[in-house]
Design a protein around this ligand. Structure first.
Ligand SMILES: [Zn+2]
Length: 43
């Protein structure tokens, strides 16, 4: 199950919720993908 949450605030890539797992980051009310948030994938 994949639910569209919305576009990344920086790159515009769609961020989804997959199987109840939010596949992105929300900072200060702004939606970011993992790549733009810069976590979990190292620097
Ligand atoms: Zn992004």
């Amino acid at each position: 199950m994949r639910e569209l949450i919305g576009p990344c605030h920086i790159c515009g890539e769609n961020v989804y919720c997959e199987n109840g797992f939010f596949d992105g980051v929300q900072e200060d009310g702004q939606l970011l993908c993992h790549e733009c948030a810069g976590d979990e994938y190292g620097s």
